[in-house]
Every structure is written in structure tokens, then in C-alpha cells.
Design a protein around this ligand. Structure first.
Ligand SMILES: *Cc1c(COP(=O)(O)O)cnc(C)c1O
Length: 371
């Protein structure tokens, strides 16, 4: 019989900045007394992230949701946007707040990302964009998606919340499509406690996004458009400057943890590893029929051992009350998404997780199969 963990093991643990270095940065803020509205720390972080993410153009925001919402706004899209049901609600909410209708496209079994082979059949004269998510850090087929977008003159936006710092064939992940959103939420590999960014191709958007995130205020005489407040403040920026120093070490640790999980789980019948190579954001498996027990059952059983997993991204966004009557939201059109969303399980994954604990979590999962 396996014993339970002494302390609860959660699915993630935030990367926290070194306190002493943070104090030093706070002192600088206190001295200069600029605490928001594009202060020096904000500008420094913007500059450093621009290099880190190899961005042509970048803007920072108070969180990822507002970054995406305002990014979509700045592109002046209308009508319909083809997207995935298998994502965090923020992706869809950013469309809703822009009065855009999502057209749900089923996902691929291998990556749980939008199925590029099914996109074209969903395009109508109302389609203005494709909003894709690199779910769990698995890469979308960026080439095929761009091909379709070029053919039909659609904009392409990527939700890169799970792919901070990733590259596809040497090209930085934010440089695909017209625009990419990053989230710096506490749970993300790089965090500013709360925060977000957009990377985009069209440099003219920089000024527009500045207006959009600052209530449209051009100067003391002029308000140019109905914006909102989505500015990243100086404390968020200071945290970001310190956390960024820790990201690579965190990623190295997570890579070892991922390898350990894969080594212990990939040959277990009925367990499929979803996050194979790229992602340092989550470690996700599917509990398939051959495992002999349901995902919901194992999710509950693991709690008895004080292991708290998550069912990301259950429920599907297409099942939200305000979307479920759309033709594209019908379960028969989203068969793979419906199957996978009842099988996925996100396991504890963070740099401070001991390898011994990873082994034990795997032992429990194997033991539960035989129980
Ligand atoms: C975290 C996340 C976001 C944005 O979240 P914020 O908390 O607003 O920064 C958007 N999409 C996905 C897929 C996410 O995981």
C-alpha cells in the first residue's frame, strides 16, 4: 500500500522573484514615484521582453485576457472567427467582448490543437480571422494555417499563453501570424503575478494599443477612442524583471521532471502523454479506455493521496450556455474535443517538485490502475 503525501501537491507553484532583489527594485520605484502609466520599469521590461521573445513589436498589458481582447479590437475584425473549443475561457471571452461569433473547429487527437484540415470547410463570407491556441505548448501547424489565411485573406492570431520563449524551427513563436498573445499570470512559466503581452507584425498598432489600454487618452486635450484601462504597473514590471532571470533554470528543472514522468508513464496501457517535447507549462496525460478506470475516478482517487490534479480544459468552451446552440458547437461536429476533454489530466508540474515525488505520483497512478 502506498502512503499519501504529507503535504498537498498541487498542479503548479509560482516562480517567485528573489525577495532581496525585488526590494531593491521597489526602492527605486519609491524614489522615482512613478508607479504606472509607462514608467521606467515598464519600459525596461518591454525592452527586455522584446529581445527575449525576438519580437518586432511588443506591448505590455495588465493581464493576458485584456491583451488578447484589445489585440483583437485593434485589428478591427468583424463577423466570425474560427477557433478551438479546447482552451481556457479567456480565449473565447476576448471574442465575445468584441462582439465576434466564434466558429468552433474540432481538435486533433495528437496535439489537442485546432485541426488545420477542418478549418477550410468552416470559412464563410463572414469569416475575418483564425484564433488558434498552442494548447499545453503543443505547436499548431503554423504553416498550413498561414496558407489558409493567405488564400482567404484572414488574420491569424495565436494564443501563446503556454509557449513563452518557444521556437518552431528556430523562429520565435510570437512571430507567426499577425499577432500573438502571452500571459504572465502567476501560473505561467514567466509571471508578473498578473500581466500579459502582445507581439504583432504591424508596427502602427503600437500607438493604437497604447490608446486602447489607457482609455483612449492621447494627451491632456484629446481622447481619441473608447478604450479601457489595461496598463501594466511598475510593481508588476519589477516582478517581471526579477522572475525573467529565473525562467531558464525553472525550464531546465521542468524538463527533467517531464522526462521522469514520460519514462514512468509512457508504457502504461491506457495512458497517453499529450505534452511530449515542447512544453514547460503543463504536463498533461490522457486516461484512455484501456486504463480501465475513468479520468474522473482517478482525479478523485489521487486526492486521497493529497495529489491535486486538474482537468484542463474541462468544460469545453463550446458547451458554455451562450455558445452551445451554435451550429459549430454541436458535439457531433466536435467529436475529438469531446472525447479528449473527458480523458485529459494535468499532473503536478513545477521546478521545485522533487524527482522522488514525481516517481511516487507515477507509482500511485500505476497502482490505481490495478486496484
Ligand atoms: C492563462 C491563459 C490566458 C490568459 O490569462 P490571464 O490570466 O488573463 O493572463 C489565455 N489563454 C490561455 C490558454 C491561458 O492559459
Amino acid at each position: 500500500m502506498l502512503t499519501k503525501f504529507e503535504n498537498p501537491i498541487y498542479v503548479t507553484r509560482p516562480v517567485l522573484p528573489d525577495l532581496e532583489s525585488l526590494f531593491y527594485r521597489l526602492e527605486e520605484i519609491w524614489k522615482c514615484k512613478l508607479i504606472t502609466n509607462n514608467g521606467p520599469k515598464h519600459n525596461e521590461l518591454e525592452c527586455i521582453l522584446k529581445k527575449y521573445l525576438k519580437a518586432d513589436n511588443i506591448s505590455l498589458f495588465s493581464n493576458g485576457t485584456l491583451a488578447l481582447l484589445l489585440g483583437i479590437k485593434s485589428l478591427e475584425l468583424d463577423g466570425e472567427v474560427i477557433t478551438t473549443p479546447f482552451t481556457f475561457p479567456a480565449t473565447l471571452n476576448a471574442l465575445k467582448w468584441n462582439n465576434l461569433t466564434p466558429i468552433f473547429c474540432d481538435v486533433k487527437e495528437s496535439s489537442l490543437n485546432i485541426d488545420e484540415e477542418k478549418i477550410e470547410s468552416l470559412i464563410t463570407h463572414k469569416t475575418s480571422a483564425i484564433l488558434a491556441v498552442h494548447t499545453f505548448g503543443n505547436f499548431c501547424d503554423v504553416e498550413k494555417i498561414q496558407e489558409i489565411a493567405d488564400k482567404y485573406k484572414l488574420k491569424v492570431i495565436y494564443d501563446c499563453a503556454h509557449t513563452f520563449g518557444s521556437h518552431i524551427n528556430g523562429k520565435a513563436i510570437g512571430n507567426f501570424g499577425d499577432m500573438a498573445m502571452f500571459s504572465f499570470h502567476a501560473t505561467k512559466v514567466f509571471n508578473t503575478f498578473e500581466g500579459g503581452a502582445l507581439i504583432y507584425r504591424d508596427e502602427k498598432l503600437y500607438q493604437k494599443l497604447n490608446l486602447l489600454k489607457n482609455n483612449g487618452i492621447e494627451n491632456s486635450e484629446e481622447v481619441r477612442l473608447p478604450g479601457i484601462n489595461a496598463k501594466l504597473n511598475e510593481i508588476q514590471a519589477a516582478i517581471g524583471l526579477e522572475v525573467l532571470k529565473l525562467v531558464e533554470e525553472e525550464e531546465e528543472k521542468r524538463k527533467k521532471i517531464r522526462e521522469e514522468y514520460i519514462k514512468n508513464l509512457e508504457n502504461v496501457e491506457g495512458i497517453k502523454v499529450i505534452t511530449k517535447e515542447n512544453s514547460c507549462q503543463y504536463f498533461v496525460i490522457e486516461i484512455q479506455k484501456e486504463y480501465g478506470k475513468s479520468r474522473d475516478w482517478i482525479h478523485e482517487e489521487l486526492k486521497k493521496y493529497k495529489v491535486f490534479t486538474r482537468k484542463y480544459f474541462y468544460p469545453l468552451c463550446s458547451d458554455f450556455n451562450w455558445y452551445k446552440n451554435l451550429e459549430s458547437a454541436r458535439p457531433k461536429n466536435l467529436a475529438q474535443a469531446h472525447k479528449s476533454v473527458n480523458q485529459v489530466l494535468t499532473l503536478p508540474f513545477y521546478g521545485d517538485l522533487e524527482i522522488e515525488d514525481v516517481k511516487k505520483i507515477c507509482e500511485i497512478i500505476k497502482f490505481l490502475k490495478e486496484e
